[in-house]
Design a protein around this ligand. Structure first.
Ligand code: SAM
Length: 263
């Protein structure tokens, strides 16, 4: 028996929940899946029985070895850190678009999310991603303007994907149980609905404003506007945004206008 490695966020899914997640995927023989962190293969095996192909990226050498030894004909095991794998090169010869699934290690779920968004945006590599996350992260992903969870994560994600919460799971759904409740969300990637101008400026504005979410927009915008060689009042006027609002009241369209106003 291979020991559980806490540093890799290993919490293995119990059978009853595997069925629910697999059913939610509705996989067909035409689908190619990229699985992040297959672990002992709880999702990989039933998925491979339904899908055309599964590419499974696992950081733990022992678990990757065990999965490889199972010799499931339509599963390709890639041993490595998902955050360091060259996705475009790894997936070049696989049938596209690719669907993503993963019961993510919670300590790196945000960087993995951003890596997926970048890859989906740059190469139209992925059609959708079904991800198990810490419930708090799932709450922030599906949050809408005006709510306390609305911020950088919801804005960056809704720019590039439609997001839906599918399931909430108690700690007992995993062995060993984590300390937190978990949630499954699905992202359906699509081109942005709004024009943000320069995406790097947009990201700086979003992060700048929400770093100071207790302030009004006009105060929260000040330092990021200065760093971009503009003034906050100038940007607010050009973007027709009410500076007395709190950051969480801003819609994606209003933040996009602030970003375009810099150009
Ligand atoms: N999919 C399995 C399941 O549902 O039972 C395991 C899920 S467990 C929460 C997370 C898995 O991701 C572990 O197998 C862990 O070794 C792997 N992992 C952790 N960090 C990773 C990384 N950066 N890249 C790829 N796999 C990683």
């Amino acid at each position: 028996m291979i020991q559980t490695r806490r540093r890799f966020g290993q919490h293995f899914l119990e059978a009853a929940w595997v069925t629910k997640i697999i059913n939610s995927l509705g996989a067909t023989a035409n689908d190619t899946f990229l699985e992040i962190g297959p672990g002992r293969g709880a999702l990989t095996r039933p998925l491979a029985a339904r899908a055309g192909r599964v590419i499974a990226v696992e950081i733990d050498r022992d678990l990757a070895g065990l999965l490889t030894e199972q010799r499931i004909t339509n599963v390709r095991v890639v041993e490595g850190d998902f955050l360091e794998v060259d996705l475009a090169a790894t997936l070049r010869d696989e049938p596209h678009p690719i669907r993503v699934v993963g019961n993510l290690p919670y300590n790196v779920s945000s960087p993995i999310l951003f890596a997926l968004l970048r890859a989906a945006d740059e190469g139209r590599l992925f059609s959708d991603a079904t991800l198990m996350l810490q419930k708090e992260v799932a709450d922030r992903l599906v949050a809408t303007p005006g709510s306390k969870d609305y911020g950088v994560l919801a804005i960056q994600v809704t720019l590039l994907a439609d997001v839906e919460r599918l399931l909430t799971l108690p700690p007992g759904a995993f062995r060993p149980p984590p300390k937190v409740t978990s949630g499954v969300v699905r992202l359906r990637f699509r081109p942005p609905h709004v024009d943000v101008g320069d995406p790097r400026i947009f990201e700086r504005i979003v992060r700048g404003i929400f770093l100071q979410r207790r302030k009004t927009v006009s105060n929260a915008l000040r330092s990021v506007a200065d760093s971009l060689g503009r003034s906050a009042p100038e940007l607010l006027e050009r973007a027709r945004v009410d500076g007395t609002l709190r950051p969480e009241a801003l819609s994606l369209e209003e933040i996009a206008r602030l970003s375009r106003a810099v150009l």
